[in-house]
Design a protein around this ligand. Structure first.
Ligand code: HEC
Length: 269
């Protein structure tokens, strides 16, 4: 008897806690929505966008050159529309590249920077900041356009298949895969909705939101940094900047997002 009563009390208490939790959650979600709407009016990403545009035309690096002849996939100097077709295969490097690794290639070939050094520079410092600003501007030039990654080259098809494998590959101390958090509709961690990245709308909106300004840490995050942080959440080792693995994941997400409109640079919690 006593045991049953204790259980009933415990259940009632749990119910109260749950109800309280649900109430707090609802109001916080609403508050975050309002906060987002207010912030979207003055998204600090605008500052990074302006910086990126200036960097594109500025003569810099050992060769004292600008990036105006950089080929992001639609021919030298074409920026608009490139973001929604990346990652893609590039004949000169014979590799599938995403926006950031391609920008580093241009900084190397046109401006004489050392690409390997930039890749090793920690996020948020030195030339990495410039890559992020450039990526922010390039993404902004395609705002509202729909994803349409090419899948005609054999390497692009392979990258998609590799990306898919990586997405579902479980491992690490928690036996997580990307799919554990992003493989179904309606998942969330604490207050954050986790988009289903295997199909639209989640894939297009999730992939197409980055680079994004993160209010929680006051930083501009590129897709490379987003993936880096998700590997951390997965308790995996950090992938290298511009590694084949991160690019393959980008192909997988971008192809899944076909037809979804880009909102980058967006603003995030
Ligand atoms: C332990 C859970 C977890 C795992 C595993 C995980 N992520 Fe995430 N992911 C998150 C969280 C949390 C966010 C941020 C949501 C927010 O702040 O709105 C996020 C955000 C993202 C976003 C941006 C979505 C958007 O709408 O802005 C992408 C893209 C993404 N993850 C890709 C991946 C990939 C690829 C992997 C596997 C390498 C992965 N994630 C593994 C938890 C996870």
């Amino acid at each position: 008897m006593a045991g049953r009563r204790a259980a009933a009390v415990a259940a009632a208490a749990a119910g109260l806690v749950l109800a309280g939790g649900a109430f707090a959650q609802k109001t916080s979600v609403q508050a975050i929505e309002e906060y987002r709407a207010m912030l979207a009016d003055g998204n600090p990403a605008d500052l990074f966008e302006a910086k990126g545009e200036a960097l594109w035309t500025q003569k810099r690096g050992p060769k004292n050159a600008n990036l105006e002849r950089c080929d992001l996939g639609k021919g030298p100097g074409v920026v608009k529309g490139t973001f929604v077709e990346l990652p893609r295969y590039f004949a000169d490097t014979q590799k599938v590249q995403d926006l950031e690794s391609r920008l580093v290639t241009c900084m190397e070939t046109l401006q004489g920077f050392n690409g390997a050094d930039i890749a090793k520079t920690p996020f948020g410092t030195g030339e990495q900041n410039n890559v992020t600003a450039l990526a922010t501007w390039v993404a902004a030039e395609s705002r509202g356009m729909k994803f349409n990654l090419p899948q005609s080259h054999a390497q692009e098809k392979t990258a998609y298949e590799v990306g898919k494998k990586l997405f579902f590959m479980r491992g690490g101390s928690h036996d997580f895969a990307c799919a554990s958090c992003h493989g179904e509709d309606g998942k969330r961690i604490r207050l954050q909705d986790l988009p289903n990245l295997t199909k639209n709308p989640g894939a297009g909106s999730g992939f197409g939101a980055w680079p994004a300004y993160r209010v929680s840490n006051g930083q501009m995050w590129s897709m490379q940094l987003r993936l880096n942080d998700c590997y951390r959440q997965q308790r995996f080792p950090y992938p290298g900047f511009g590694s084949d693995a991160t690019i393959a994941l980008g192909v997988y997400l971008g192809v899944n997002g076909k037809g979804g409109a880009t909102t980058a640079p967006s603003i995030k919690r």
